[in-house]
Design a protein around this ligand. Structure first.
Ligand code: PLP
Length: 401
């Protein structure tokens, strides 16, 4: 007898559970396209050279100690992170009106932002895109906000439902928080164009909605750090307030180091400093202070011109490999004459392709071809290689015919 006899088994996480199932499969041809982590052409995880170098520098520096960081994290890291997403010449930074705290990767930054809003913001509702990353509703819901959705994706075009988005945000109560994927929308790979972003910005500002950007893929989508920050910078350039959660999981390959930042762009330096003081009260009872190693790696790279340059080259190589996988898969389906229009594979952006395959087709591909992906038909392009594209194309072809 246990005092926990009543505890029922929880289901596996819908995303991480894919890897659990994959690991159990003994097939030599099995392919894991579920996990949102970069793989090389050889299918191996990648530690960037620039990260190895930064770690070496850190290890060789005997003056470095393992003391606690402040509640808000490493000061250099915070400044450099804000500069990376907002731009080196951002007036908001020059005017000292950005409160930045180091947090536990993208997820932790979103959660800290949610709890701050629940305590200090008058409107408790956040609108998230439909669909969105599966963890968003839970992070914001448990963070104390009430979660609603806005239309985002149009299955018919496998593109943006721009009209639906404008209608839903247009009828959201004034002041509501709006979650926006800064680039490389997960799971759809569908982003607004710059012109559409401008219309979204005007709508959000005219209705006094509060934008909350989730930036999990800066540089990873297009290969350019600046291009992928365009949406955020548009909203900061108008002088209005916004939230940005940044993750270094993908763009520096620091997944397990849990390194990220939350920046709140405020209307004045005075507000920003009061906001920061309250962020500390959110963080202290949650995890006290963030881990030191990952943030030190990032700060070492961001503050050194040569290392920074090297990073941008390695980052672009990852983005380019993913883009090349899109073209290879598209061509493989075309050469097989697979029924349907697959051009969305090359139009979508970032790590994932939202294939349009339904859950039965996904189950079929897993059973017959040992290919693993989330049941919504999302595949990680980063998990593919030139060697595995034909196997995937065969499976999609069989599922679609
Ligand atoms: N936001 C989005 C849209 C994501 O896709 C992810 C990771 O998959 C995250 C946030 C958070 O990732 P992490 O907490 O590893 O930085």
């Amino acid at each position: 007898n246990s005092v926990f006899d009543h505890v029922v088994r929880a289901p596996e996480d819908p995303i991480l559970g894919v890897t659990v199932a994959y690991n159990k499969d003994p097939s030599p041809v099995k392919l894991n396209l579920g996990v949102g982590a970069y793989r090389t052409e050889e299918g191996k995880p990648l530690v960037l050279n620039v990260v190895r170098k930064a770690e070496q520098t850190l290890v060789n520096d005997s003056s470095r100690v393992k003391e606690y960081l402040p509640i808000v994290g490493l000061a250099d890291f915070n400044k450099l992170s804000a500069k990376l997403i907002l731009g080196a010449d951002s007036p908001a930074i020059q005017e000292n009106r950005v409160a930045t705290v180091q947090s536990l990767s993208g997820t932790g930054s979103l959660r800290v932002g949610a709890e701050f809003l629940a305590r200090h913001y008058h409107e408790r509702t956040i609108y998230i895109p439909q669909p969105t990353w599966g963890n968003h509703p839970k992070v914001f819901g448990l963070g104390g906000l009430s979660v609603k959705t806005y239309r985002y994706y149009d299955p018919a075009t496998r593109g943006l439902n721009f009209q639906g988005l404008l209608e839903d945000l247009g009828s959201a109560p004034s002041g509501s928080v709006v979650l926006l994927h800064a680039c490389a929308h997960n799971p759809t790979g569908v982003d607004p164009t710059p012109e559409q972003w401008e219309q979204i910005r005007q709508l959000i500002r005219s209705k006094a909605l509060l934008p909350f950007f989730d930036s999990a893929y800066q540089g990873f989508a297009s290969g350019s750090l600046d291009t992928d920050a365009l949406s955020v910078r548009m909203f900061v350039a108008d002088g209005g307030e916004c939230f940005v959660a940044q993750s270094y999981a993908k763009n520096m390959g620091l997944y397990g180091e849990r390194v990220g930042a939350l920046s709140i762009v405020c209307s004045s330096a005075d507000v920003a400093s009061r906001v920061e003081s309250q962020l500390k009260l959110v963080i202290r009872p949650m995890y006290s202070n963030p881990p030191i190693h990952g943030a030190s790696i990032v700060a070492t790279i961001l503050k050194d011109r040569t290392l920074f340059q090297e990073w941008t080259i390695e980052l672009k190589a990852m983005a380019d490999r993913i883009i090349s996988m899109r073209h290879q898969l598209f061509e493989a389906l075309r050469s097989r004459g697979t029924p349907g229009d697959w051009s969305h594979i090359i139009k979508q952006i970032g790590m994932f392709t939202f294939t349009g395959l339904n859950s039965e087709q996904v189950a079929f591909m897993t059973k017959e071809y040992h290919i693993y992906m989330t049941s919504d038909g999302r595949i990680s392009m980063a998990g593919l290689s030139s060697k595995t594209v034909p196997h995937l194309a065969d499976a999609i072809h069989a599922a679609a015919t």
